[in-house]
Design a protein around this ligand. Sequence first.
Ligand SMILES: Cc1cc2nc3c(=O)[nH]c(=O)nc-3n(C[C@H](O)[C@H](O)[C@H](O)COP(=O)(O)O)c2cc1C
Length: 237
Amino acid sequence: MSKIEQLKHSNATASDKQSGTKVLRLTTSILGEASVSTSLIDGLVERLSAVVGALDVVERNFGKTPIPHFDGEWLTAIMTPEADRSDAQQRKAAFSKELITELQNADVVVIALPMYNFSVPSMLKAWNDHVARAGETFKYTDKGSVGLLNDKKVFLVTAMGGQHEPGKTDFLRPYMRHFLGFLGLKDITFITASGLSMGDEPRAAGLASAEAEIDAAIEQLKRDAHNSSNKAQEAAA
Ligand SMILES: Cc1cc2nc3c(=O)[nH]c(=O)nc-3n(C[C@H](O)[C@H](O)[C@H](O)COP(=O)(O)O)c2cc1C
């Protein structure tokens, strides 16, 4: 069974096991149709379906429809026991819960992330703030925090104008690796298009490199699927 199939199997409830692989698709660019990260994940998702079959895609476009940042009222709402919440508090808490449920239900998470000012778009940071919830996506223990999400496959597609080394001038990739790992998501494939604002040649090289990374990711998925189907046949023999 491939990683995605395993995840699908472990996430699925008895009633929805027949449905397609559940993909949570997050885009964040403010450039609309001209966005490189969006167009790269479009290609990636299309090719993903060729490997794993039907997809059930839940989509959030934070570039087009930003989500609210959290605030004091939100904190009070989520700290108030559900039965005691006012209507306004119910609404505040329900929105975060909706985002958390979308993430919990996904087999695969695909995120398109432009680099803005050396890090993630603030809209994605807002999503992170909504979905990081003790008791839902992580918990505290006497040995530190533990992620509660089962290890879904994550594809993180970044686009950046310059060329940046993670941890030096790129705070986006190290931050997202740490944040997703904190929730239990450690199986992350990074796809990066860099040098997009540096002129024709660096841009073309950055795009080609990202496409090559997508090719490699898809080939890996095919190998995983092939190996798992061989194992299933051996087990059945
Ligand atoms: C507001 C803004 C801030 C940006 N900040 C950076 C940056 O810090 N470093 C960088 O290399 N490129 C930066 N860029 C360039 C974008 O990362 C680049 O245009 C990338 O293609 C955006 O992704 P997209 O095409 O998916 O929208 C910035 C662009 C914008 C609009």
